[in-house]
Design a protein around this ligand. Structure first.
Ligand code: ADP
Ligand code: ZN
Ligand code: ZN
Length: 768
């Protein structure tokens, strides 16, 4: 009844608000103005409301981002329909971060806010509290003698391996053969045992990686870094780049700084590239801070878990927030935040590849600035951007750890020139694993060591082509301008299927060449093929048992990966073979050999960061060995032993590499010498795509300032994806501000409709 009357007799308007709606309305990137009826007079900034949108007045969700000061509504102003009580309020601090992201990355504000919030924050769903018990560190000296049942509990507990303590209360009762937890509870009450509580999510770390509660004394080098960063805490905001070779104890530095932050009663935020891939980091945090409240945000969480973690942070019921990129969007109150850490700051996964295309690292720095606290970026192989900021520009403070932590040894790194290796190949041997790597693997297996093998290419073969080179036919995706990748499935005709890694369409392996009818071959190696080669060559390597492949095809769930890593840690898996997933953060002392099957996978990519990526991948994976007593060896197979990226990675000469790379970038006017933005125009019709891009370029010209260079339009490296043709325009300028000036004006003029055919990418990381 009321709803019906609203339209007929509108109530008095009591104010105006700006609402950021969740659709990608780029004409009004900052939101739309709505009037408030009397019964909504107290609607505040940060509340979610339902507003009518468009000609059909479709009820649409959005957040109130501002209360406007003027009272009278302009004619034809629409009214807010109602509050949306089901959604959480947007905290003011989060709104200001959203504002920055939307402005800097030229994303609609409503979409940016929607991206920050978990799907629906329902309170408490998905949480189970685990009660864990362990021996008290300071038990009462004189107490009552334990009863027989209590003694059973204590004996059972003492027999457990250290990695399984503390143990869940209920399972301890079971193991001790007791029907109830009563004896345990009485031991807790008597102070003989201590109980800690954990949410199920925190507990997941324990199963993934045994809690690592070691607390080494920092080396003088580590202490210097800790002190230098701590000294700036009082000064408020500062940015630090910690460059330390892999295994130099960067994580230990973070842990000490986090500890200081917690002691000061503040919150620490730590970002890691893809937390699902680095369970050990979680294990070390929970191990070091067992009594602290740690919220974990990553892609492996269920919706309910994510909501629960989000709500905890919003309630301020947290000491440490740990997570991948999106954790920077957690609702932490700025005044509570005391430290931001971005581990592996060079990692590409920090850049989101859909709107809002924000960079987690750069957003983290901005967040630290808003919160007036230090930001610490760490890496063994910093991005050239950060390196430039820390050296040439001097806007970050540079700290270095030159040596590996005590107990770790420097791996021997050897480059293997594949042209020479092939000459020494024995008949019948696979050409994928040369004689040197083959021999080293054999030795490692014989001496009970473990090996990591890297090949940054999934599937069995990278393409299927005509055997007749003169014909030149290759099987390409119908929808995209790329070759399709062969994946092994023995039960299928011709042993597999072909899949496009861009649109995911699949087809059968063809019998013959589509152009000349001749025979075809599956060429180019992927991890699946290496797996076959290894299994055929080494009888002790059984796929799925002692040999395990890790890539996004086999590791579909976080738990799959955690299981495999646990088995590798326990020594059941002898060889881990994988894509770049295995180059990240693994810390296993049993690894004696690291083999890079093909260091050249990225080096010829048409991307100005190809060298940088190659350097990072090689250096990172080499850092995975030498973590036990043994030095360990890294063998790198390449056809380009003289390429600086590969040679310098093998020589561990980061500075030489980065400085030379910086010179090259400057000479070409590429980032970080200049800032870059990229516009991609897509359309199903090739001619229309070309015309749209040309028009865009012409109209952009009207907004262009002296400082800005516009290149293109040109075809994108992948000229078609999922049936849409793609062209790009690139903008370069000495500063981000100069780019924003042009782009913001162009957008206000309706030139860049992000919702539809155009995407803008500020500071792009991927140029495909
Ligand atoms: P990074 O993060 O630089 O790769 P980590 O912090 O993971 O290095 O340290 C590598 C290993 O060395 C870890 O097992 C860690 O426990 C150990 N470690 C770090 N600092 C010290 C230290 N000061 N003394 C002894 N061991 C250390
Ligand atoms: Zn495709
Ligand atoms: Zn052919």
């Amino acid at each position: 009844m009321l709803g019906h009357m609203e339209g007929l007799f509108p109530q008095a308007t009591t104010g105006l608000v700006r609402v950021a709606v969740e659709r990608g309305l780029d004409r009004y990137p900052d939101g739309l103005t709505y009037a408030l009826d009397e019964d909504l007079a107290d609607v505040a900034v940060g509340e979610r409301v339902i507003v009518p949108l468009g000609r059909g007045n479709t009820p649409t969700g959005g957040y109130v981002v501002e209360r406007l000061s003027q009272e009278s509504a302009p004619p034809r102003t629409k009214h807010v329909l109602r509050r949306d009580e089901t959604a959480p309020d947007l905290p003011a601090d989060l709104l200001s971060l959203a504002d920055w992201i939307a402005t800097y990355y030229l994303a609609p504000l409503g979409l940016t806010i929607a991206n920050m919030l978990p799907s629906a924050v329902r309170k408490g769903t998905g949480s189970t509290t685990l009660r864990l018990v362990s021996r008290a560190s300071d038990p009462p000296g004189e107490g009552k003698r334990p009863t027989a049942k209590q003694k059973q509990v204590l004996d059972t507990l003492d027999e457990l391996p250290a990695s399984q303590r503390p143990v869940e209360r209920r399972s301890l009762a079971d193991m001790a053969g007791l029907g109830t937890c009563g004896p345990i509870d009485r031991l807790v009450a008597a102070g003989v045992l201590v109980e800690t509580r954990q949410t199920a999510i925190e507990a997941a770390w324990h199963s993934a990686a045994p809690v690592d509660s070691r607390m080494p004394t920092p080396t003088p080098a580590q202490q210097t870094v800790i002190d230098a960063i701590a000294a700036e805490r009082d000064a408020g905001f500062s940015t630090h780049l910690l460059r330390g070779v892999t295994g130099s104890g960067k994580t230990e530095v973070y842990l000490r700084l986090i500890d200081q932050t917690l002691q000061a009663g503040q919150i620490a935020l730590m970002l890691v590239p893809e937390i699902a891939l680095t369970p050990q980091t979680g294990g070390r945090l929970t191990g070091r801070f067992p009594d602290r409240r740690i919220a974990v945000l990553h892609s492996g969480l269920t919706d309910a878990q994510r909501n629960q973690q989000w709500a905890r942070v919003a309630r301020d019921d947290v000491d440490i927030v740990l997570g991948a990129r999106s954790a920077v969007l957690a609702p932490i109150r700025h005044e509570r935040l005391g430290l931001v850490v971005v581990d592996e700051e060079h990692d590409q996964s920090y850049k989101q590849d859909s709107t809002p295309r924000y960079h987690g690292r750069d957003t983290a720095i901005r967040l630290a600035q808003m919160s007036n606290c230090p930001a610490v970026l760490g890496s063994a192989t910093p991005s050239i951007e950060s390196w430039c900021n820390a050296t040439e520009r001097g806007v970050y403070r540079l700290h270095e750890l030159q040596d590996r932590a005590p107990g770790l040894t420097v791996p021997r790194i050897r480059l293997l020139d594949m042209a020479q290796e092939r000459r020494r190949q024995l008949p019948g041997q696979s050409m994928l694993i040369g004689p040197t790597l083959d021999h080293a693997l054999q030795e490692t297996l014989q001496s009970d060591g473990q090996a990591l093998l890297l090949l940054n290419r999934r599937g069995f073969a990278s393409y299927v082509a005509c055997r007749n080179q003169k014909c030149g036919w290759m099987l390409c995706c119908d929808q995209c301008d790329v070759t399709m990748v062969m994946h092994r499935h023995r039960e299928l005709p011709r042993g597999g299927l072909l899949r496009c890694h861009h649109c995911l369409s699949e087809c059968r392996v063809p019998k013959s060449c589509a152009a000349c009818g001749g025979p075809v071959a599956a060429l180019g190696q992927g991890t699946q093929r290496i797996e076959e080669v290894l299994a055929a060559r080494f009888p002790e390597l059984r796929p799925g048992e002692t040999l395990q492949r890790i890539d996004s095809d086999t590791m579909r769930r976080v738990d799959d990966l955690h299981e495999v890593l646990a088995a590798f840690g326990a020594g059941r898996i002898r060889v881990l073979l994988g894509t770049q997933m295995i180059a990240k953060g693994l810390d296993y002392p049993g690894v004696r050999l690291v083999g890079v099957i093909d260091a050249d996978t990225a080096i010829h990519l048409p991307d100005f960061r190809a060298s940088e990526r190659t350097y990072q991948l090689v250096a990172q994976v080499c850092g995975r060995c030498g973590r036990g007593g043994d030095a360990g060896t890294a063998l790198i197979q390449t056809y380009n032993p003289d390429a600086p990226a590969i040679r310098l990675a093998a020589e561990r000469q980061y500075r030489a590499f980065a400085d030379a790379e910086l010179v090259d970038r400057s000479a070409c006017g590429l980032p970080p010498a200049r800032r870059m933005a990229r516009i991609v125009i897509q359309d199903h019709d090739r001619a229309r795509c070309t015309a749209l891009a040309a028009t865009m370029r012409e109209r952009l010209e009207a907004f262009r300032t002296e400082a800005v260079e516009i290149r293109g339009p040109t075809e994108c490296v992948i000229a078609r994806i999922a049936q849409r043709f793609r062209r790009q325009i690139e903008l370069f300028a000495p500063s981000a501000r100069a780019l924003h000036q042009v782009l913001a004006e162009a957008r206000a003029a309706g030139l860049l409709d992000t919702a539809d055919r155009t995407t803008i990418d500020m500071d792009p990381m991927s140029l495909m």
